[in-house]
Design a protein around this ligand. Structure first.
Ligand code: SF4
Ligand code: SF4
Length: 147
């Protein structure tokens, strides 16, 4: 699927009960719902509980259809937005991330000229973690449960 800057993106954390772990439900996001995905973290074992952290891209309509499909098939979905954070010691307020943050969660304060991060507006698209030159924007995937 061809991607451009208007592509809807979101990072989600998926929990699989044992009876779903061995089934190709994630592959079907691409096959049935025209979504692409990157696996950021995976712990999947057939016949056991499993988890996946995925960066999903596509149209917003297809994204919601894909998430409904996963839920109908027993997958629990948690958005990763509470797991994006900024290391304020690293951020040098260059402003690079603000041009890519579609929700304006990252924005320049016009008075201080400092870049501010409003976590409540963050949809966990992950774009800022890709572009930040000093890796100040971080997706924390160390814990078992996101969100
Ligand atoms: S790109 Fe990184 S260093 Fe620059 S303002 Fe954003 S978080 Fe800070
Ligand atoms: S802060 Fe980062 S992860 Fe959150 S919406 Fe903006 S670009 Fe996406």
């Amino acid at each position: 699927m061809k991607e451009d800057v208007s592509t809807f993106r979101k990072i989600v954390y998926l929990s699989f009960p044992p009876e779903v772990s061995g089934r190709p439900v994630v592959c079907n996001l691409a096959m049935l719902h025209n979504l692409s995905f990157n696996i950021l973290r995976a712990e999947i074992n057939p016949r056991h509980d499993g988890s996946l952290t995925l960066e999903i891209a596509g149209s917003e309509v297809d994204f919601h259809k894909g998430m409904s499909y996963l839920k109908e098939n027993g997958v629990r979905i948690t958005p990763a937005s509470q797991k994006i954070f900024r290391d304020d010691d690293l951020c040098m307020h260059c402003g690079l991330c603000t041009s890519l943050c579609r929700t304006k969660a990252l924005s320049v304060n016009p008075e201080s000229r400092l870049v501010e991060f409003d976590v409540d507006k963050c949809t966990a698209c992950g774009m800022c973690t890709r572009v930040c030159p000093v890796r100040a924007m971080v997706l924390d995937m160390d814990e078992d449960e996101l969100g």
